[in-house]
Design a protein. Sequence first.
Length: 139
Amino acid sequence: MDAEEIRRRLLSLPHVVETMQWGANLVFWVGDKRLGGKMFVLANLDGDGRAVLSYCAGRERYPELLEREGIVPAPYLARAHWVAVERWGVFRPTEWQSELEAAHAIVLAKLPKRVRQILALPAREQKRLIQQSPSTTKP
């Protein structure tokens, strides 16, 4: 498993949008952040020895995952029950898929009703709303 394979798997999930933020961090969102989407996975592409991937584990799974070697509380996001995976080999490919799908489901379920309604709209309508959002309009 590597960042490109994780990226491919994440982008196959419904309503996933990616951005590059905070240096070399690939951030995956459930829904476009300009529409109120929320991040659920952060991949560190720096190769700087820090965790390769952080994600929303949820309140129930968080303590169990921290018992596994190679998984630590995610910096800045631990209080929201995020974990950081220190190397790609911590999970088998099927486990990665399960963890990523669970993170997606947790964040999707927590989105406000208004955002979930927007995500139910056709892609063309969502794109129109993004273009009209204040963060993308020029003064």
